[in-house]
Write a protein that binds this ligand. Structure first.
Ligand SMILES: NC(=O)c1ccc[n+]([C@@H]2O[C@H](COP(=O)([O-])OP(=O)(O)OC[C@H]3O[C@@H](n4cnc5c(N)ncnc54)[C@H](OP(=O)(O)O)[C@@H]3O)[C@@H](O)[C@H]2O)c1
Length: 244
């Protein structure tokens, strides 16, 4: 069993639930973040209670630097440090680019790109002190293929790739890795915001002809969290059923 602490941003989301349960089963101590959906996180916690693991929950809007700083200060007080940061929060406000409001564009950028930057910025001093750490960003195949109506979402997910590469180079000498998982379409969370007829078209376009199983995302995260993944950094891992 591991006694490492994971700060999971967006534990209250659809994929967050699977990641939380997977990390708990693997023995990690869990600092579980949510923004508005404590009810959803609470439903996941019922599953965790059956597993012997240390966890605490934290509310924060990751678009606010003050809230991110306060969140990480609390996690440090409760757990001593952060060994692994998983940037899993993300939103999608869709619309053809000529109709997309600046307000929606700014909101998506704030949650999907500024938020992960702020979390990384404030966790890194803790990891640098320990001379070890793992940072994981959640991106999307949409940034690689382009999908009409997703300008803001795709731009932020492409932006995470540049952020991840840069961070990996900045901290490689401190024993810290930074990697990005670029997801296709998984049976959880955001996928269910897409209308059913469009979902069926998407499924048909996936070479494997099925949506991804969230357990595959968990397996990939467990590998990136492990001691054995120290030479893998600055990479994008594509989990997409052959889409890209
Ligand atoms: N599901 C897929 O097929 C898929 C595909 C490609 C990429 N991804 C990526 O995987 C990640 C998880 O996706 P998901 O499907 O699980 O999405 P989801 O169910 O919609 O969850 C989104 C998460 O983001 C959090 N969040 C929203 N606004 C926030 C804010 N201002 N501050 C902090 N947290 C905020 C939500 O917190 P509250 O609910 O507590 O407000 C929730 O935990 C996202 O980054 C997404 O882009 C998912």
């Amino acid at each position: 069993m591991s006694n490492k602490t994971v700060l999971l941003i967006g534990a209250s989301g659809g994929l967050g639930r699977y990641i939380t349960l997977g990390l708990a089963s693997a023995g990690y101590d869990l600092a579980l973040h949510y923004h508005n959906s404590f009810d959803k996180l609470q439903a996941t916690l019922t599953g965790i209670n059956e597993i012997e693991t240390k966890y605490k929950t934290y509310k924060a809007d990751i678009t606010s630097e003050a809230e991110v700083e306060a969140l990480i200060k609390c996690v440090k007080e409760d757990f001593g440090s952060v060994d692994i940061l998983i940037n899993n929060s993300g939103i999608s406000l869709n619309g053809m680019s000529w109709k997309l409001s600046l307000k929606d564009w700014d909101k998506v950028l704030a949650v999907n790109l500024t938020g992960p930057f702020l979390c990384t910025k404030h966790v890194l001093p803790l990891m640098k002190e320990k001379k070890s750490g793992r940072i994981i960003y959640m991106s999307s195949v949409v940034a690689q293929t382009g999908v009409p109506g997703t300008a803001a979402y795709a731009a932020t997910k492409a932006g995470l790739s540049g952020l991840c590469k840069t961070i990996s180079k900045e901290v490689i000498r401190n024993g810290i890795t930074a990697n990005l998982i670029s997801l296709g379409y998984f049976e959880a969370g955001l996928l269910f915001q897409i209308p059913e007829d469009v979902r069926n078209q998407i499924k048909d376009a996936i070479p494997k002809k099925e949506f991804g199983d969230p357990k595959d995302v968990v397996e990939c995260i467990l590998y990136l969290c492990s001691e054995n993944s120290g030479y893998l950094t600055g990479q994008s891992i594509n989990l997409n059923g052959g889409l890209f």
